[in-house]
Design a protein around this ligand. Sequence first.
Ligand code: IFM
Length: 436
Amino acid sequence: MRFPQDFVWGAATSAYQIEGAAHEDGRGPSVWDTFSRTPGKVHGGDTGDVASGHYHRLEEDLDLMASLALRSYRFSLSWSRVLPEGTGQINQAGLDFYRRLVEGLRERGIRPMATLFHWDLPQALQDKGGWENRDCAHWFADYAKVVFDELNIRDWLTINEPKTVVEAGYQMGIHAPGVTDPARSFVVLHHLHLAHGLAAAALHATHPGRRIGPALNLAPVYPADDTDRAREQARLHDGLENRIYLDPIFNGRYPADMLEWIGGRSRMPEVIEEGDLVTISEPIDLLGVQYYNPKYVNGEGERVFKHPVAQAQWLEIHPDGLYDVLVRLKRDYREVPLVITENGLPTLDEPDEDGRVRDDGRLGFYRDHLAALHRAIAEGVRVEGYHAWSLLDNFEWAEGYSQRFGLVHVDYATQRRTPKDSALWYRDVIRSGRLD
Ligand code: IFM
């Protein structure tokens, strides 16, 4: 299976999950500093204070990326490292860190791809209502303008997985800020969409030639059985998993069935102002697709598992789901370049006595997903690149350090990095451009 000559192979991370140095060089606190310090919220009481120590190991990590033959690196900016209060005063030390990162990538021939928001909202803005406050969309656009001007990066992603913010952050309360109120969650959804659109428009106005899009975690939804009830539920869940994120951006409207469903549960439809959907549907230049799992639902609307699950119980392993997502995007939405911005698996593998990390499970996961991706490309879906999640073992949110998604093992006591077998295999795939 040969991939296109210009296919862009990469790996992804996010700021709070790897940087550490949480209280250094002027960085302001984010909602995840607060949440991880709240007793009972994160496995083992873990925090991102030190994480994978990336802030202090920048050169080593850049060399590591080069040694793995990466052509693209997707990372996120910590908003509160750049603007400690979320607005106003710029922290030059924070910007300098990202400048060094971008320069270091360029020197090694690796393309930077920056995410503006990967869940670590400045705490100062949460104190003013966070994403429930419409102003937050404008604070986000102002922050985006600062980094657009200061950092020489062509490809940008706006919001990472708005669905996770809505569901984990505001419905289940298992992510910061820990709210359990669906009514509030849909207001947040609208403001995240608005933030995305304002930032995309700002980039287009000020830096023509650069590209921007959202990073959406999409899940193919299938009826768990052959009944009308299950099919109806699958349609509803497809709305909640995919259409409420895609339709406003691509079509400039929320799906009518979703607005009705949400309207019975939230005042969200009332917070939509005239012109918002025009802003939200600012044409995107690329779509970041994050794929982990499918969702099967029965006639009661319950999730049913039909395939093996990973250590992360939500992660049902079904590589063909990636193919289905990609083909569906081509079929149902305007064509834009697609980039896989995340796909990966946590495993428990540790270095053996000889120092090797034999993570066959992850290697097989990547092989099967890349094969599904290849099939979609061969059938004409325009996918430009692929980013494995994640470059390094890191802080897996509510799971703390108990789940390791890295291609590279991190010994948290010493911060020693060891490329796992999957990383070496991935390096060889990149070098050859083919999957055997
Ligand atoms: O670690 C996360 C990442 O931050 C967002 N997407 C899913 C990953 C695995 O849970």
